[in-house]
Design a protein around this ligand. Sequence first.
Ligand code: 13P
Ligand code: SF4
Length: 352
Amino acid sequence: MTEFTGDYFYKTFTERSSDLYPDRYTKEYCDALAEMANRAAKLITEKNILLLVHNYQYPEIQELGFAVGYVGDSYGLSLKARDEKGYSTIAFSSVEFMAETAKIINPEKKVLVPTRASCSLVESVILIKILKWKEKNPTGKVVSYINTDAKTKALSDFICTSRNASKVVAHVRTNFPGDPILFLPDKYLANVVISELGLKFGDLDIWDGSCYIHKELNEETIDKALFDHPNAELLRHPECGCTQECIITALRQGIKIEFVSTERMITKARESASQEFVVATEPGMVDRLRRELPNKRFYPVSKKMCKHMKQCTLEGLLECLEHDDDPKYQIILSKEILDGAKVAIDNMMSII
Ligand code: 13P
Ligand code: SF4
């Protein structure tokens, strides 16, 4: 494995993304980061740990992920957690619900998370309200976005992600015709599902939740960014606050609009003839896109970072890799929750 150097980190991060991370990457800090990245890589190899890194993580953690693990979206990383054999430990650099998902998929493995970072969608769920809905709708099906905690997943029938939400809801409607569906917790993602499947708003019971970062990526902020970059194509995540207005406008104009998961943004930008893109998601993704497609240009709608995702640092990851036996870094869930949540995740995985 090639060694990281402070010079490489400094040159790469300042040239690529100093607009996203102003003042973060000084030469001194890059030297320290390179030293930590090398120690972390050594531990990951020696301890035979599967490292999974989400697309919104800091660039230095993504560099480590590319060198000795995987970087991706929530669905892609769940597949890695399921399919990568030969590891008894997984370290997940991301928010806690993603690490919990890896544990649910692999209950026999040790799953490490450097910090218990939450998510505004996770926080919007009130379990008692789900139980009450189930009581009122005994044949009802609960479809939960992967951005929920393990307890919510255990009360759900199906899980979905930003890549497959419409497919999952279509499957439920075909296989359980007439059964009420509770879709939670992201109301903007629900709009995308309604539009993609040609449903009416009353066809789903929709939770009133949203992501505090994507909510601000609304019609006004996206229009402003497109105004500043008139030749750019738009890459937009289905959690964006613009979904309802965008869908209504598109319906009126008879045009098709597309919403894509973070990982699909890369495929879309790669395949597109456009050279410039406005990116409507958490800005960590902009650095990832610039890394993958250095000859194209990517502009964030907003530079506001997710405080939950950015709670994970290389310092914290190293600490957790060094102390992998400390329960404070491990995902520990009861058998009842693990079993219940696994059914809902397996139900999703069997569809796709
Ligand atoms: P992706 O599944 O597209 O990576 O999104 C996860 C997320 O947290 C979006 O804010
Ligand atoms: Fe949650 Fe939004 Fe942060 Fe994603 S960006 S982890 S949905 S708060």
